[in-house]
Design a protein around this ligand. Structure first.
Ligand code: ADP
Ligand code: ZN
Length: 431
């Protein structure tokens, strides 16, 4: 078998020939634009951009449509962009508010069906089967992670343990006692669960976990290797955001070389965040999504603020949808140090590449006079590491790999804050 897991496809649409896909996308785009024309916000945006719904005759005409940003949702708080009567709303979720005041999103019954189907696709691609037990340690509530994964797992026909986030010793107890095959949470929380497991003397071989489905925040290949080692499972990446639908916008297949964008439900563009011009496949830029089937809250050219790139080559798994490379991160999390851009994932890549360094880290940005000072907080992998020497080695390694001189503090084990959901990687103290 060329893949570490059987290459099962949940939905035949995932292997649609590209030409058929394009035809489907165009008819769905036209329906979506027509639906948006019923929303005052979009009507005004169309008028301002000088386009009418009838102008969309080809997929290239997407470029004529206006962008949508998070602020548009904030300005029309709470549900001003709704495209269906309120009585047709079956569920409301919210963004987790990582970057400011939360925004709400809404779903019709059919949107919920669509969503669970999309989650089922990446779960099945990543080994989940009917008969499995899946432990969900995502928060349940307005956050789309918990309910989104929950209903997708049910769609696959597997059993759910809705553990929700927090109380890590109890998570470990549930994993020991209920023998879940699959763990679902953020990669940073999985790391914390693994740490508590190890502290209780539980070895990876003592639990039944075989697959991990991790998402909701950026993580590196080095983190994947760490989680696979610490939990004894195969780890898969999935991506989504509440404004577009939630988890299920893109997910890995058995090849685990990028996340297939569910292109029959979303159009993806990569744009230059400054000029707003579309970039060719393979270039790094801001991801922009247009929903093709959402009823309650269709989104046209939604600017995610996430920086990534599309892999143009077809995938060995036979799915025809293009893939997103591992995301670099949010543009908001980018730190500019003396003119050079730095993402937490750049730092993670360096730290986790050194066996003497533990996997927990945080980046502190201070203002010293006119200069920003960036300090990387981390921990040694074990108590017998010589810390001063490690600190010097890390400084050199970070300068070599990022081109930036950063301060490094190797602290006591356990002193860097642990995450129970989305990890806070950057603490900005510049006021
Ligand atoms: P919030 O913007 O408040 O965090 P969401 O809960 O909808 O709202 O989170 C969506 C965001 O989480 C994405 O825009 C992206 O920044 C991040 N994200 C989700 N999945 C991944 C992933 N697999 N890799 C990197 N970032 C991710
Ligand atoms: Zn694939």
């Amino acid at each position: 078998m060329p893949f570490p897991v059987e290459n099962a496809v949940f939905d035949p649409a995932e292997t649609l020939p590209r030409a058929d896909l394009a035809a489907l996308q165009l008819s769905r785009l036209r329906e979506t634009v027509a639906r948006c024309a019923g929303v005052p916000f979009y009507r005004e945006a169309f008028a301002a951009a000088g386009v009418s719904p009838d102008d969309v005759r080809s997929l290239d005409d997407l470029r004529r449509l206006p962008f949508t940003v998070k602020d548009d949702l904030r300005r029309h708080y709470p549900l001003g962009l709704l495209a269906v009567p309120r009585a047709q709303v079956a569920r409301v979720h919210g963004s987790s508010g990582t970057t400011g005041r939360p925004t709400f999103v809404a779903y019709t019954r059919r949107d919920l069906e669509t969503w669970s189907g999309l989650v089922a696709r990446f779960l099945v691609a990543g080994g989940v089967r009917a008969g499995h037990t899946v432990h969900v340690a995502f928060g349940y509530g307005l956050f789309t992670g918990g309910f989104g994964l929950h209903q997708g797992i049910e769609r696959v026909g597997a059993a759910v343990v809705p553990a929700a986030g927090g109380n890590t010793p109890r998570q470990v107890m549930l994993i020991r006692d209920l023998d879940p095959d699959v763990l679902v949470c953020t990669p940073s929380y999985a790391l914390h669960i693994a740490e508590v497991m190890a502290a209780e003397g539980v070895k990876p071989g003592d639990v039944a976990l075989r697959y991990g489905h991790f998402g909701a925040e950026p993580w590196t290949e080095e983190m994947r290797a760490e989680l696979e080692r610490a939990l004894g499972l195969l780890a898969f990446n999935n991506y989504g955001l509440s404004e577009v639908i939630g988890p299920g916008v893109a997910g890995e297949c058995p090849a685990r070389l990028g996340m297939h964008v569910q292109e029959d439900h979303f159009l993806v563009e990569v744009i230059d965040p400054d000029s707003l011009e579309p970039l060719p496949d393979g270039s790094e830029g801001e991801l922009v999504f247009t929903t093709l089937t959402k009823e309650a809250l269709p989104m046209l050219r939604y600017r995610t603020g996430d920086i990534g790139s599309l892999i143009p080559e077809p995938c060995a798994c036979g799915r025809t949808f293009r893939r997103l490379a591992h995301l670099r991160g949010r543009r908001d999390d980018m730190i500019i140090v003396r003119g050079v851009n730095l993402y937490p994932s750049n730092v993670e890549h360096v730290l986790l590449g050194i066996p003497e360094v533990g996997p927990h880290y945080q980046i502190i940005v201070d203002r010293l006079g006119l200069m920003d000072e960036v300090t990387v907080l981390c921990e040694p992998a074990s108590g017998d590491v010589e810390r001063v020497a490690l600190q010097e080695r890390l400084k050199d390694e970070l300068r070599e790999q990022t081109g930036i001189r950063l301060k490094v503090e190797v602290r006591d084990i356990g002193s860097v804050p642990r995450s129970e959901g989305k990890a806070v990687r950057v603490v900005d103290r510049r006021g």
